[in-house]
Design a protein around this ligand. Structure first.
Ligand SMILES: Cc1cc2nc3c(=O)[nH]c(=O)nc-3n(C[C@H](O)[C@H](O)[C@H](O)COP(=O)(O)OP(=O)(O)OC[C@H]3O[C@@H](n4cnc5c(N)ncnc54)[C@H](O)[C@@H]3O)c2cc1C
Length: 382
């Protein structure tokens, strides 16, 4: 499915796939079993731009277009869900906002650190009492006092804090101002009063650390403000639009991996005197998976292309994320079905992929929230 990719994009896919085949895929089961990312591989990522996909080259990034960035995350997802999620969050949720709204000083301080292959960044939006409804539910506050902001509150389900040189934190800076009362702040993990709790014990994506954070009178300088005061909610929505393209790409990668494993297995396994791939019920699952992965991939690339064209891509991103995450779930299910008992075993990758893909319909906006975004846009358009 390369018909509309440029030669550079095709070459980049080949380079990332080769890297993933050698450094990521063979270790995916180990990452899942140990709950630790393979840092030996992450340290090699800067050479391919994977730790700074859309960061300008002057700050150590690759300065890629959004389709190339999606291809990279798709290939990582095809190799290892945990690695792909951590790298996707690092790029889209942490590097992205600093590139978009950081001052020169903030970019110079954080981007070389983030792109160097020694760290992975974080964005902390979600709280124990607020996920989908950030506007109504966020209670973390930041109050100006002298030359500092004082942050109090807690965040939950945050990807990468234990590896992050900076955690972008969404806080209410004017509790009376509704969605105009939020700001983003750059918080360094060693700040006094910040506790980074141990990783959650999750169903899948076990190598990607997901942690709770407590802020107890955490003091950061006034210039830790990222972007304009009061624009934090707007910045969050824009960041999530981009993040959804990336989660869509990751979902396509997971689906592709499950699909490939299922086709290989179906051709080897025999039942009733022939290969199971010759039974029509199996062929239909393979056909549906091939069709739906192709459709999802096209939707992801289209949303990425719209972003690069400077067009309003929030509906396209929501559609791509919704479609791709639900396709990943269906394909992973079929892949296990095709494997029979072996699919239920940790000896085969489809068991891990099934657990890993389950997050994709939840993180960066649930499927229900994507439908809400799509419906709102459609109703506005008519
Ligand atoms: C592995 C992992 C990594 C994560 N990484 C990050 C991260 O790096 N940074 C970060 O900030 N967050 C992160 N999250 C949090 C994630 O983004 C939220 O969990 C997600 O947005 C959903 O929020 P919630 O869990 O509070 O669910 P809720 O908002 O409580 O929703 C519960 C259910 O209600 C439904 N619902 C809610 N509102 C509506 C509505 N209006 N209409 C219909 N249905 C509705 C939802 O769709 C869902 O089915 C991560 C989560 C996980 C599990």
């Amino acid at each position: 499915m390369d018909f509309d990719l440029t030669e550079e994009q095709r070459m980049y896919r080949r380079a990332v796939r080769d890297f993933c085949e050698g450094e990521i895929k063979p270790y995916a089961a180990q990452v899942d079993e140990t709950g630790e990312l393979r840092w030996e591989a992450i340290q090699k990522m800067p050479a391919l731009g994977l730790t700074g996909l859309q960061v300008p080259e002057e700050y150590g990034g690759a300065g890629l277009d959004t389709i190339s960035a999606a291809i990279a995350v798709e290939e990582l997802g095809r190799a290892c869900g945990s690695t792909a999620l951590s790298v996707s969050a690092h790029n889209g949720l942490c590097c992205g906002p600093i590139v978009a709204w950081g001052t020169k000083a903030q970019k110079e301080r954080y981007l070389p650190l983030l792109t160097g292959g020694q760290h992975l960044g974080s964005l902390a939006l979600t709280e124990p009492g607020a996920g989908s409804d950030l506007a109504g539910g966020v209670t973390t506050t930041a109050v100006k006092e002298g030359d500092s902001w004082i942050i109090d509150g807690s965040k939950a389900w945050i990807t990468n804090p234990k590896y992050a040189p900076v955690i972008i934190t969404l806080a209410r800076t004017d509790p009376q101002a509704g969605t105009h009362g939020f700001s983003m702040l750059l918080v360094e993990p060693q700040a006094d009063g910040l506790t980074v709790h141990p990783p959650e014990k999750k169903m899948g994506l076990k190598g990607s650390p997901t942690q709770m954070l407590s802020y107890d009178e955490v003091r950061v300088p006034l210039d830790a403000l990222l972007g304009e005061e009061g624009r934090g909610f707007h910045q969050t929505m824009q960041t999530l639009d981009g993040g959804r393209v990336s989660i869509g790409a990751l979902s396509v990668g997971l689906a592709q991996a499950a699909f490939e494993a299922a086709v290989v297995y179906a051709k080897q396994r025999r039942a009733f005197g022939k290969s199971i791939s010759e039974h029509q019920a199996i062929q239909w699952m393979i056909a549906d998976a091939a069709l739906e992965i192709e459709a999802a991939r096209l939707m992801v690339y289209r949303a990425a292309w719209m972003k690069d064209q400077g067009r309003d891509f929030s509906k396209a991103a929501a559609m791509a994320k919704l479609m791709a995450s639900e396709v990943a779930e269906k394909v992973a299910r079929s892949a296990i079905q095709i494997h029979g008992s072996y699919g239920y075993s940790r000896e085969f990758p489809v068991e891990r992929i099934y657990r890993d893909q389950r997050l994709m319909t939840i993180g960066e906006g649930t499927s229900e929230i994507q439908r809400l975004v799509i419906a709102r846009k459609v109703l506005q358009e008519f």
